[in-house]
Design a protein around this ligand. Structure first.
Ligand code: XUL
Ligand code: CO
Length: 446
């Protein structure tokens, strides 16, 4: 591709297409491991990893936090007219996507277009931006991994969106989800995400939790039905998170969400979008949350980032921990791959990282980190005895009374009688240290 920007202006001058240069390269603006076309097993790295860039952290935020204003100056943010600024932002975004050569991107409705002064204006702004995005998708081949609605920033959502105690607010959330579903379908989005940003509570004693959860089930059912009625054939995703911004959020973790989806009969249409930093906020590991989702057949997609081990907040840092990515890719590969999901970098630059080049460096690092994780995980699954050892560990359930127990054919009394007959079982090592050493060995072979 000779020209990797769309409009008349280049927003990242001096940075050309990021290329794979291999492990020996010292060029910070090159991939050391991510080689899109390289085959790993039967699929290319590009198809295994299905990287996506998020709109919000890169093009909408400027480093501001609760203690001070933004530190990052963005050339796409110069115009005072919000629609004109949104158009510049779109061009900058597609230049960035193509220079990094990622296959996908993700957005909230209000990332792409200004919110508008009322429902109709918001819909019309979004339709305008969707038309422009469609042209840019066609010109570059970049596709939409998922769309979503931001139903947590506007002050009206301070007490939640679908779980708000005021029905009129629930209606506004409906309007935003409807326009976001329309946008996602118009752009061929493969998934549609619900992150329950303020679906929860700050005070248990002014909250009817039973009623709020029923409203959430009802709302998601309506969204599912509307999406299907306009031809959305992709996957709906729920992104668990236990807290931040609320003290308690209903979508605490994967197992809570799986139970909720089954209770409301939504588990044929919905899967989970697991975010690494949300997993650690809920007191679990990233790999644990992926495994729980995979076990339920509901692993949909991933928001790739990491937290900070010392403070535990949702710091949304770029993934750099190889252990995290190997463990994640072990679960992903063993469960059959990402299918229609992807690896969306829901990660932001540190407030102190103020150059536009930092955006590239952060994504290059994250992509290489997952590529290395992919290679190590593939090597472990191909060459080590990990899977066989796990299978062997449960072999007492493969035949005899164990198999009858699994099939539901034993009573508690028969279980007791078996214990009496066999006496004290022998202690069998779980060999955890051997597994941990083996993962490290494969990491440095990858
Ligand atoms: C917030 C978060 C969101 C969702 C989309 O913690 O992860 O950006 O991914 O609303
Ligand atoms: Co996220």
């Amino acid at each position: 591709m000779s020209k990797v920007f769309i409009g008349n202006r280049e927003y990242f001058p001096g940075i050309s297409q990021i290329k794979f240069e291999g492990n020996s390269s010292d060029n910070p603006l090159a991939f050391k491991c991510y080689d899109a076309k390289r085959m790993v097993g039967t699929k290319s790295m590009r198809d295994h990893l299905r990287f996506a860039i998020c709109y919000w952290h890169n093009f909408c935020n400027d480093g501001s936090d609760i203690f001070g204003p933004g530190t990052q100056i963005h050339p796409w943010n110069e115009k005072s007219d919000p629609l004109a600024a949104a158009e510049d932002k779109l061009d900058a975004a597609f230049e960035f996507f193509t220079k990094l050569d990622v296959p996908f991107y993700c957005f909230h409705d209000v990332d792409l277009a200004p919110d508008g002064a009322n429902v109709a204006q918001g819909e019309s702004y979004l339709r305008h931006m969707v038309d422009l995005a469609k042209v840019r998708q066609q010109a570059t081949g970049v596709q939409l991994l998922w769309g979503t609605a931001n139903v947590f920033s506007n002050p009206r959502y301070m007490n939640g969106a679908s779980t708000n105690p005021n029905f009129d607010v629930v209606a506004h959330a409906g309007a935003q989800v409807k326009r976001s579903l329309d946008a996602t379908v118009a752009l061929g989005g493969e998934n549609y995400v619900f992150w329950g940003g303020r679906e929860g509570y700050a005070c248990l004693f002014n909250t009817d939790t039973r009623r709020e959860l029923e409203h959430m089930g009802q709302f998601l059912t309506m969204a599912r039905d509307y999406g299907r009625s306009i031809g959305f054939r992709g996957t709906f995703l729920i992104e668990p998170k236990p807290m931040e911004p609320m003290y308690h959020q209903y979508d605490v973790d994967a197992q809570t969400v799986i139970g909720f989806l089954r209770q409301y009969g939504l588990d044929n249409d919905f899967k989970l979008n697991i975010e690494a930093n949300h997993a650690t906020l809920s007191g679990h590991s990233f790999a644990h949350e992926l495994q729980m989702s995979a076990d339920a057949g509901l692993l949909g997609s991933i928001d790739a980032n990491r937290g900070n081990a010392q403070n535990g907040w949702d710091t949304d840092q770029f993934p750099t921990d190889l252990h995290d990515t190997v463990q994640a890719m072990l679960v992903v590969l063993a469960s059959g791959g990402l299918k229609s999901g992807g690896l969306n970098f829901d990660a932001k630059l540190r407030r102190e990282s103020t150059s536009l080049e930092d955006m590239f460096l952060a994504h290059i690092g994250g992509m290489d980190c997952f590529a290395r994780g992919l290679l190590a995980a593939h090597s472990i699954l191909e060459k080590s005895s990990l899977a066989q050892n796990k299978k062997d560990r449960y072999s007492s359930f493969d035949e005899g009374p164990g198999a009858i127990f699994e099939a539901g054919g034993l009573t508690l009394t028969e279980l007791r009688d078996h214990a009496e007959v066999i006496g004290e079982p022998e202690l069998v090592s779980g060999r955890q240290e051997s597994i941990e050493n083996m993962i490290n060995d494969h990491l440095f072979r990858a």
